[in-house]
Design a protein around this ligand. Structure first.
Ligand SMILES: N[C@@H](CCC(=O)N[C@@H](CS)C(=O)NCC(=O)O)C(=O)O
Ligand SMILES: [Zn+2]
Ligand SMILES: [Zn+2]
Length: 187
Protein backbone atom coordinates (compact mmCIF):
# COMPACT_ATOMS: atom_id res chain seq x y z
CA UNK A 1 0.00 0.00 0.00
CA UNK A 2 1.27 3.45 -0.89
CA UNK A 3 2.16 5.61 2.14
CA UNK A 4 -0.14 8.43 3.27
CA UNK A 5 1.29 11.65 1.89
CA UNK A 6 -1.16 13.96 3.64
CA UNK A 7 -4.94 13.92 4.29
CA UNK A 8 -5.41 16.91 1.91
CA UNK A 9 -3.67 14.98 -0.90
CA UNK A 10 -4.32 11.24 -0.45
CA UNK A 11 -7.84 11.25 -1.92
CA UNK A 12 -7.27 13.91 -4.58
CA UNK A 13 -7.25 17.69 -4.28
CA UNK A 14 -10.23 19.93 -3.51
CA UNK A 15 -9.94 23.22 -5.41
CA UNK A 16 -9.91 26.40 -3.35
CA UNK A 17 -12.70 28.99 -3.56
CA UNK A 18 -12.37 32.31 -5.38
CA UNK A 19 -12.52 35.39 -3.14
CA UNK A 20 -12.11 33.17 -0.08
CA UNK A 21 -12.27 35.44 3.00
CA UNK A 22 -9.91 33.40 5.21
CA UNK A 23 -10.63 31.82 8.58
CA UNK A 24 -9.24 30.61 11.88
CA UNK A 25 -6.57 28.01 12.68
CA UNK A 26 -6.64 26.02 15.92
CA UNK A 27 -4.03 23.87 17.63
CA UNK A 28 -4.91 20.30 18.66
CA UNK A 29 -5.36 20.91 22.40
CA UNK A 30 -8.69 19.80 23.88
CA UNK A 31 -9.04 23.06 25.77
CA UNK A 32 -7.50 26.54 25.64
CA UNK A 33 -6.72 26.05 21.96
CA UNK A 34 -4.32 28.53 20.40
CA UNK A 35 -6.35 30.41 17.78
CA UNK A 36 -4.84 32.25 14.80
CA UNK A 37 -7.02 34.37 12.51
CA UNK A 38 -6.06 34.66 8.83
CA UNK A 39 -7.42 37.38 6.55
CA UNK A 40 -7.80 36.01 3.04
CA UNK A 41 -6.44 32.92 1.34
CA UNK A 42 -2.93 31.46 1.32
CA UNK A 43 -0.62 31.53 -1.71
CA UNK A 44 1.85 28.93 -2.99
CA UNK A 45 0.22 26.25 -0.86
CA UNK A 46 2.40 23.14 -1.19
CA UNK A 47 3.48 19.85 0.31
CA UNK A 48 6.84 19.93 2.11
CA UNK A 49 8.85 16.82 2.96
CA UNK A 50 11.51 18.56 5.03
CA UNK A 51 12.21 17.55 8.62
CA UNK A 52 11.31 20.97 10.08
CA UNK A 53 7.72 21.49 8.91
CA UNK A 54 4.87 20.17 11.07
CA UNK A 55 3.10 17.06 9.74
CA UNK A 56 -0.14 15.56 11.03
CA UNK A 57 0.12 12.07 12.60
CA UNK A 58 0.75 9.39 9.97
CA UNK A 59 1.50 11.81 7.12
CA UNK A 60 4.81 11.78 5.28
CA UNK A 61 4.46 15.43 4.21
CA UNK A 62 3.41 18.76 5.62
CA UNK A 63 1.06 21.03 3.67
CA UNK A 64 2.07 24.65 4.07
CA UNK A 65 1.10 27.91 2.40
CA UNK A 66 2.22 31.53 2.72
CA UNK A 67 0.19 34.61 3.64
CA UNK A 68 1.23 38.25 4.26
CA UNK A 69 2.29 38.82 7.90
CA UNK A 70 -0.28 41.62 8.24
CA UNK A 71 -3.07 39.10 7.54
CA UNK A 72 -2.04 36.90 10.48
CA UNK A 73 -3.00 37.50 14.12
CA UNK A 74 -3.00 35.32 17.21
CA UNK A 75 -6.50 35.78 18.60
CA UNK A 76 -6.51 33.39 21.61
CA UNK A 77 -4.10 31.72 24.03
CA UNK A 78 -0.92 33.29 22.66
CA UNK A 79 0.82 32.38 25.96
CA UNK A 80 0.93 28.74 24.81
CA UNK A 81 3.14 29.55 21.80
CA UNK A 82 6.90 29.09 21.72
CA UNK A 83 9.51 29.48 18.97
CA UNK A 84 11.01 26.04 18.31
CA UNK A 85 14.39 26.95 16.84
CA UNK A 86 15.43 30.58 17.23
CA UNK A 87 18.29 30.08 14.74
CA UNK A 88 16.14 28.76 11.87
CA UNK A 89 15.25 30.98 8.92
CA UNK A 90 11.58 30.28 9.55
CA UNK A 91 10.75 30.90 13.22
CA UNK A 92 8.13 28.21 13.83
CA UNK A 93 5.65 29.23 16.51
CA UNK A 94 4.31 25.99 18.03
CA UNK A 95 1.88 25.14 20.84
CA UNK A 96 3.94 24.10 23.86
CA UNK A 97 1.24 21.58 24.86
CA UNK A 98 0.23 19.74 21.66
CA UNK A 99 3.20 20.56 19.43
CA UNK A 100 1.18 21.87 16.47
CA UNK A 101 2.87 24.69 14.51
CA UNK A 102 0.51 27.68 14.24
CA UNK A 103 2.66 29.95 12.07
CA UNK A 104 6.23 30.37 10.86
CA UNK A 105 7.75 33.84 10.45
CA UNK A 106 10.98 35.13 8.88
CA UNK A 107 12.58 38.03 10.77
CA UNK A 108 15.95 38.19 8.98
CA UNK A 109 16.60 39.67 5.52
CA UNK A 110 15.21 37.07 3.11
CA UNK A 111 13.31 36.90 -0.18
CA UNK A 112 10.23 35.63 1.68
CA UNK A 113 10.37 38.05 4.63
CA UNK A 114 6.88 39.49 5.10
CA UNK A 115 5.18 36.18 4.43
CA UNK A 116 4.10 33.79 7.18
CA UNK A 117 3.92 30.00 6.74
CA UNK A 118 0.70 28.29 7.84
CA UNK A 119 -1.05 24.90 7.71
CA UNK A 120 -4.62 25.33 6.42
CA UNK A 121 -5.75 21.91 7.68
CA UNK A 122 -5.84 23.48 11.16
CA UNK A 123 -8.95 25.35 10.00
CA UNK A 124 -12.55 24.14 9.81
CA UNK A 125 -13.36 26.45 6.88
CA UNK A 126 -13.41 25.09 3.32
CA UNK A 127 -12.05 27.04 0.36
CA UNK A 128 -8.34 27.36 1.11
CA UNK A 129 -6.09 27.17 -1.94
CA UNK A 130 -5.25 23.54 -2.75
CA UNK A 131 -1.60 22.39 -2.78
CA UNK A 132 0.17 23.48 -5.98
CA UNK A 133 3.31 21.29 -5.92
CA UNK A 134 5.44 19.09 -3.67
CA UNK A 135 8.71 20.48 -2.30
CA UNK A 136 11.71 18.90 -0.56
CA UNK A 137 10.49 15.45 -1.61
CA UNK A 138 13.86 13.66 -1.25
CA UNK A 139 14.14 15.05 2.31
CA UNK A 140 11.76 12.33 3.60
CA UNK A 141 14.62 9.85 3.19
CA UNK A 142 16.60 11.80 5.82
CA UNK A 143 13.78 11.01 8.25
CA UNK A 144 13.99 7.26 7.56
CA UNK A 145 11.71 6.76 4.54
CA UNK A 146 13.09 3.93 2.36
CA UNK A 147 14.77 5.34 -0.78
CA UNK A 148 13.55 2.42 -2.89
CA UNK A 149 9.96 3.55 -2.29
CA UNK A 150 10.48 7.09 -3.63
CA UNK A 151 9.02 6.18 -7.04
CA UNK A 152 5.72 5.38 -5.29
CA UNK A 153 5.77 8.73 -3.50
CA UNK A 154 6.49 10.73 -6.66
CA UNK A 155 3.93 8.73 -8.67
CA UNK A 156 1.26 9.37 -6.07
CA UNK A 157 1.86 13.12 -6.24
CA UNK A 158 1.74 12.96 -10.06
CA UNK A 159 -1.53 10.99 -9.92
CA UNK A 160 -3.27 13.91 -8.16
CA UNK A 161 -1.66 16.39 -10.58
CA UNK A 162 1.19 17.69 -8.42
CA UNK A 163 4.72 18.20 -9.73
CA UNK A 164 7.50 17.10 -7.38
CA UNK A 165 10.72 18.99 -6.59
CA UNK A 166 13.62 18.27 -4.25
CA UNK A 167 13.86 21.93 -3.25
CA UNK A 168 11.16 24.54 -4.01
CA UNK A 169 9.35 25.06 -7.33
CA UNK A 170 11.24 26.88 -10.15
CA UNK A 171 9.46 30.27 -9.64
CA UNK A 172 10.27 30.22 -5.90
CA UNK A 173 13.87 29.11 -6.51
CA UNK A 174 14.17 31.95 -9.04
CA UNK A 175 12.82 34.42 -6.45
CA UNK A 176 15.44 33.25 -3.93
CA UNK A 177 18.25 33.49 -6.51
CA UNK A 178 17.09 36.95 -7.64
CA UNK A 179 17.18 38.14 -4.03
CA UNK A 180 20.76 36.83 -3.68
CA UNK A 181 21.84 38.41 -6.99
CA UNK A 182 20.46 41.80 -5.89
CA UNK A 183 22.21 41.52 -2.54
CA UNK A 184 25.47 40.80 -4.37
CA UNK A 185 24.69 43.65 -6.81
CA UNK A 186 24.86 41.27 -9.79
CA UNK A 187 21.38 42.39 -10.82
N1 LIG B 1 16.76 18.37 3.99
C1 LIG B 1 16.46 19.37 4.97
C2 LIG B 1 15.80 20.54 4.27
C3 LIG B 1 15.42 21.66 5.21
C4 LIG B 1 14.97 22.89 4.45
O1 LIG B 1 15.80 23.51 3.74
N2 LIG B 1 13.68 23.25 4.56
C5 LIG B 1 13.20 24.34 3.77
C6 LIG B 1 11.71 24.15 3.51
S1 LIG B 1 10.68 24.49 4.89
C7 LIG B 1 13.43 25.68 4.38
O2 LIG B 1 13.19 26.69 3.74
N3 LIG B 1 13.89 25.74 5.60
C8 LIG B 1 14.12 26.98 6.30
C9 LIG B 1 13.88 26.75 7.78
O3 LIG B 1 13.55 25.63 8.13
O4 LIG B 1 13.96 27.70 8.55
C10 LIG B 1 15.54 18.79 6.05
O5 LIG B 1 14.74 17.92 5.73
O6 LIG B 1 15.63 19.22 7.20
ZN1 LIG C 1 -2.17 23.06 21.55
ZN1 LIG D 1 9.57 22.38 5.17
Amino acid sequence: MAPSLHPLIDNGLTKGAENFPGGKLYCHCADRKVEVTLKGNVLHNHACGCSQCWKPAGALFAVIGVIPVDNVSVTANQDKLTVLDKNATILRHACKQCGVHLYGRIEKEHAFKGLDFVHVELSNEKGWQEPQFAAFVSSVIEQGFPPDKMDEVRSKFKSVGLETYDALSPPLMDALATFTAKRLQKL
